[in-house]
Design a protein around this ligand. Structure first.
Ligand SMILES: Nc1ncnc2c1ncn2[C@@H]1O[C@H](COP(=O)(O)OP(=O)(O)O)[C@@H](O)[C@H]1O
Ligand SMILES: Cc1cn([C@H]2C[C@H](O)[C@@H](COP(=O)(O)O)O2)c(=O)[nH]c1=O
Ligand SMILES: [Zn+2]
Length: 188
């Protein structure tokens, strides 16, 4: 049987990683075989754990690229039930083919990632995965400006004209609704 691809997307602080950790717990309680991966670039809270903003965490394999993820996967000599990938927007586009290969082996894949950058533009990796996913869970956060539970985009509060890849947390990003984003940035 072919595995199922699930994407959990949304702005920062919307509970994406918390949802991933709940799913990991379900697989763990069911004594299923799984691996958790995270990109090497994400050193924010830990180098070898996936950590949510609330401090919940699970051990993870840190990998520099999509091809290394496939190598690690192929090194495992037992049939896995699932793999979990955090911060998928940081991966190169090759991750799409890697994930296709993995689901063809009957393994479920769960990915968490930002759908949009602070420039209100789709992250290409996440957008492509959303297109081929069996299920997309789109989360929202509480807008840090107006307090409404309708934040769908992340706003960068410092140096917001450079690269769209910039690891960080509250010191540089907030979650906002579209109305507040428009007021802060002048355009959507
Ligand atoms: N504006 C916000 N809206 C919702 N949750 C927030 C907000 N700011 C901080 N949080 C905290 O972030 C937690 C979600 O963290 P996490 O699952 O790591 O989110 P994500 O992976 O989407 O960044 C929430 O449970 C809450 O405690
Ligand atoms: C908006 C935005 C964020 N990032 C970085 C910042 C964090 O390191 C992660 C997102 O973490 P979270 O688990 O969703 O809170 O991505 C970025 O590189 N570029 C952006 O535009
Ligand atoms: Zn708002």
């Amino acid at each position: 049987m072919i595995g199922k691809l699930t994407l959990i997307v949304g702005p920062m602080y919307s509970g994406k990683t918390s949802e991933l950790l709940s799913l990991v717990e379900i697989y763990s309680l069911g004594k299923k075989k799984y691996l958790v991966f995270k990109p090497e670039i994400d050193t924010r809270y830990s180098v070898d754990h996936v950590v949510s903003h609330t401090g919940q965490k699970v051990p993870a394999i840190t990998i520099p690229s999509a091809s290394k993820l496939l190598e690690k996967f192929d090194d495992i000599n037992e049939k896995l039930d699932a793999i979990f990938i955090d911060e998928v927007h940081f991966f190169d586009i090759d991750i799409i083919d890697v994930i296709k290969k993995i689901i063809l082996k009957g393994v479920d894949v769960f990915c968490v990632g930002l759908d949009m950058s602070y420039k209100h533009r789709p992250f290409q990796t996440t957008a492509s995965l959303m297109a081929i996913a069996d299920e997309v869970i789109k989360k929202k956060a509480v807008c840090h400006v107006c307090g409404e539970y309708k934040a769908v985009v992340s706003h960068k509060t410092v140096n917001n004209s450079g690269s769209e890849i910039d690891v960080g947390g509250m010191e540089k990003y907030i979650a906002v609704c579209r109305e507040c984003y428009l007021k802060l940035n002048g355009s959507l």
